[in-house]
Design a protein around this ligand. Structure first.
Ligand code: AMP
Length: 395
């Protein structure tokens, strides 16, 4: 068990909290979805209520180690001020930590909060640079990690900083570790994993690890075509990971050997082009004509996958079944989300696009747990040690 903010005395202490404020921002600099900000509030309110002096830090987007005001955290400070009911001090330093930031940190009264500028304005952040970790640590007495979405990365603010400060987790990470840990270590069987999406290369290696843990595996979305091609099917101009064809074939074999039922889509909705308005038609998985691209799973697959969900004890879902951003290719993902919502199984949604899809369909409240980290949740479920969690002290 990892120590949390409930296990330590924070009264009057300066507490530096790694949050995930990586929110989407429009052209006008307005936050278009503040789920990640509201998700951080229980931890922040608790700490403020205990009389901690809060120093908050996060990354946003990819400014690539250079100050770029397109990615300033100023709009986050404004929204946080509203949610916390008190002005959150914000010092927009291109160096993230400088004398003005130091002065602001020293001037904090118990319960007050200061937000640092985007951590990725500094190259040292993603390099887990010791000097930058030390600068951040120098601002505080205690380190709290509550950014699950970046816990699979060893960065200065997620890992290096813990070399210099006592480290505990916030409520978000605590909940993630509880739910995901339970889902993989003591699942209600049968344990079914559903993988989809487009990042075939990333997820194909995950399958290998999951095969040792799950009773069933469904592969849909853009991932399926690499398996189809490996079987010798025509895949037209569908998304494909040519490098991993052999691996796909060997995974099918391994699944059989281990007695894991591996389901691929039986049919698909394909289009002439990557366009919502393009001509579209349904094909069986092995009957796609050249020149067409599969953009969603078809009704036979939906039926089969929904049956598997209905008989599962635990379902872990990561990655949409099709290009759900286009309404004409969203049905497969929607139907699967509905099947999860209707089932009695423990349902764990692995962040990123699947979480967005479930939100979009208004089914978020029907899931047991929606992870705040896509990549992080997958690595956790694979059984990998996440650097941002490894640094948290054990109870
Ligand atoms: P990932 O980040 O790997 O979870 O991929 C999510 C993306 O996969 C979404 O933006 C979907 O539009 C995309 N996707 C799902 N199915 C397909 C498909 N058959 N072809 C192309 N893209 C897909």
């Amino acid at each position: 068990m990892k120590k949390t903010i409930k296990d330590i005395d924070v009264k009057g202490k300066r507490v530096i909290v790694r949050c995930d404020f990586n929110v989407p921002i429009d052209e006008q600099g307005k936050i278009t979805d503040e789920t990640r900000i509201t998700a951080s509030l229980p931890t922040l309110r608790y700490l403020a209520g205990q009389g901690a002096k809060l120093i908050l830090m996060s990354h946003m987007g990819r400014p690539d180690g250079e100050p770029d005001m397109k990615y300033t955290l100023k709009p986050v400070a404004e929204r946080l001020s509203v949610h916390l009911g008190q002005p959150v001090v914000f010092v927009s330093s291109p160096d993230v930590v400088d004398d003005a930031v130091w002065a602001a940190a020293e001037a904090l009264a118990p319960g007050q909060a200061l937000l640092l500028e985007n951590l990725r304005f500094r190259k040292g952040e993603t390099k887990n640079d010791a000097a930058f970790s030390k600068e951040l640590a120098g601002l505080a007495d205690i380190y709290v990690n509550d950014a699950f979405g970046t816990a699979h990365r060893a960065h200065a603010s997620t890992a290096g900083i813990a070399d210099y400060l006592p480290a505990v987790s916030g409520f978000l990470i605590e909940k993630e570790v509880q739910f995901l840990g339970e889902a993989i270590e003591h699942p209600r069987h049968p344990l079914l994993a559903i993988l989809g999406g487009a990042k075939v290369g990333d997820k194909i290696s995950v399958i290998e690890n999951l095969l040792g843990k799950v009773d069933g595996l469904i592969i849909g979305g853009g991932m399926a075509y690499t398996f189809f091609k490996a079987r010798g099917y025509e895949t037209g101009s569908s998304i494909l990971d040519e490098k991993n064809l052999e691996l796909a074939a060997s995974l099918e074999k391994k699944a059989k050997e281990k007695g894991v039922s591996l389901l691929l889509p039986e049919d698909m909705k394909a289009a002439r082009a990557f366009d919502n308005e393009a001509e579209s038609a349904y094909f069986d998985a092995d009957k796609l004509p050249p020149g067409w691209m599969g953009l969603d799973i078809g009704p036979k697959s939906v039926k089969r996958f929904a049956e598997a969900v209905a008989s599962a004890g635990t379902v872990i879902w990561n990655g949409p079944m099709g290009v759900f951003e286009m309404p004409n290719f969203a049905q497969g993902t929607r139907s699967l989300a509905e099947a999860l919502a209707a089932s009695d199984a423990v349902t764990v949604i692995g962040g990123g696009d699947s979480a967005a899809a479930v939100e979009q369909f208004g089914l978020a409240g029907k899931m047991s747990h929606i992870s705040t980290g896509g990549g992080a949740s997958l690595e956790f479920l694979e059984g990998k040690i996440l650097p941002g969690i490894a640094v948290i002290e054990d109870k």
